[in-house]
Write a protein that binds this ligand. Structure first.
Ligand SMILES: *[C@@H]1O[C@H](CO)[C@@H](O)[C@H](O)[C@H]1NC(C)=O
Ligand SMILES: *[C@@H]1O[C@H](CO)[C@@H](O)[C@H](O)[C@H]1NC(C)=O
Ligand SMILES: [Fe+2]
Length: 429
């Protein structure tokens, strides 16, 4: 059986494994089923839906939305409600996947925009719905929400509700978005589920294994839906693929890596990463953050030994370490874990802090089993649904906190002050 066949089977097996997974210290919340978010009754085939935004360069925003029938790819926007002083055109795209035909996927980049400013906008000149977003700050401080392996269950809803209450500037998603798992209408449902948040703040995402959706003989391309629906600013960062890119925001340079793009030293991704790290100016972006899906460090029993973890780490850890990356966020393992600063499996004051935050709430449930005893480099680990907040205060200090969704559980959430490697002179070469 091919890898994809295995994926198909494991979809079902994992569903059950979640249900019967062992419970250790206390009753872990069980997984929940997908919720399917429908269009509302007032909506018709020209209603903009699944609206989400992402940052392009320092002062532009990409607006993405879908309509069932053709409508113009046009965004009207301005800084006061219903007063659209500007307008921009973009492109429309659709894709086929087996018997599924996607809606009209519109993609419009607007700007230049003023930092830290609320903009009001409408899509396809549809005046029935007005959206708004806040641009990111030009300078520190900046607050990121971080959540991986989201899915679209009741737990996902809970995670999104928690995130909606915090005044964040941007959401970072380390892969595994919709868990549509080949059933394309679930991509649409996911788009509708996240719209209230994703239309208000930029969502910067990278791909996970659930985005691949390649089926031998039937659908030969990988990432069809993901690339069509979640266009990230790769062109602007000199990348050749939507699967890996970077951007700078306030004083933070964020590198989105692709666990499922080639990463060996001859690969385009490797060469791009080398070049991108070479361009980082720590005077302008004192913080350097990398995001992957498949974690390089992980003391959960789930997802041990996968090539995307082991080989990618083997090839790329040195680049990340030499560049003095401050933090590496990952997903994939459905639990929370924070490591100390690490390089080559040992504590190292000049290595990145590794944080796995794949506990967004997808239907596969939590990864409850840990390797015992806990490795020395693992500081905090807990299998609960939740999200992270990364609040970069200034060039030297950032506060990382992890928040459990279920606040009834008597386990402390995690919180730590991080200092940028920029100020640790013993790490300078
Ligand atoms: C957008 O396209 C429409 C139709 O082609 C055109 O009339 C309009 O002037 C364009 N607007 C901008 C801002 O380019
Ligand atoms: C940076 O923020 C930290 C935490 O708020 C604070 O203690 C420190 O003094 C700040 N540094 C500067 C240079 O403002
Ligand atoms: Fe995953």
């Amino acid at each position: 059986m091919g890898k994809e066949g295995l994926v198909l089977v494991s979809m079902f097996v994992l569903g059950f494994a979640g249900l019967f997974g062992c419970v250790l210290s206390y009753d872990r919340p069980p997984p929940q089923r997908n919720i399917y978010v429908q269009l509302s009754e007032d909506d018709d085939s020209t209603t903009p839906q699944q609206v989400h935004i992402s940052m392009v360069g320092s002062d532009r925003m990409r607006i993405s939305w879908i309509t069932d029938s053709p409508t113009p790819a046009i965004v009207d926007y301005g800084t006061s409600p219903k007063a659209y002083t500007n307008s921009a055109n973009g492109t429309t795209y659709s894709y086929r996947y087996l018997t599924y035909n996607s809606g009209q996927i519109h993609d419009v980049v607007i700007g230049p925009l003023t930092p830290n400013t609320v903009y009001y906008y409408r899509c396809s000149s549809n005046s029935a719905q007005e959206f708004s977003f806040k641009t990111t700050p030009a300078k520190l401080p900046i607050k990121f929400a971080v959540s991986g392996d989201l899915g679209q269950t009741g737990w996902t809803k809970s995670t999104l509700e928690h995130i909606s209450k915090l005044d964040h500037d941007m959401l970072l998603l380390p892969g595994d978005l919709s868990y549509a798992d080949f059933y394309q209408p679930l991509w649409d449902s996911f788009g509708r589920l996240v719209q209230p948040l994703a239309s208000q703040r930029p969502w910067m995402v990278t791909q996970g294994n659930h985005e691949k959706e390649k089926i031998p003989l039937l659908h030969g391309r990988s990432f069809t839906a993901y690339n069509a629906r979640w266009h990230m600013p790769f062109e602007e960062s000199g990348s050749t693929s939507n699967l890996f890119y970077s951007f700078s925001v306030a004083g933070v340079h964020v590198i989105m890596l692709g666990s499922y793009a080639d990463f060996d030293p001859n690969s385009e991704q490797y060469k791009w990463l080398q070049a991108d790290l070479g361009k980082v100016d720590r005077a302008k972006t004192p913080w350097l953050v990398a995001i992957i899906h498949s974690p390089w460090y992980n003391s959960n029993t789930a997802h041990q030994g996968e090539a995307e973890s082991v080989d990618m780490k083997k090839y790329m850890e040195d680049l990340i370490y030499q560049a003095r990356v401050d933090v590496v966020f990952a997903g994939h393992v459905h639990a929370y874990e924070r490591f100390t600063r690490v390089y080559q499996d040992k504590p190292n004051n000049c290595g990145p802090v590794y944080i796995n935050i794949g506990d967004g709430g997808n239907r596969e449930g939590l990864a409850n089993d840990y390797i015992d005893p806990k490795p020395e480099i693992s500081v905090f680990r807990e299998a609960s649904f939740g999200h992270g907040q990364f609040e970069v205060m200034n060039a030297t200090h950032a506060l990382w906190t992890w928040h459990r969704n279920d606040n009834d559980e008597k386990v402390t959430s995690d919180s730590i002050w991080l200092t940028s490697l920029l100020i640790n002179s013993s790490c300078h070469k």
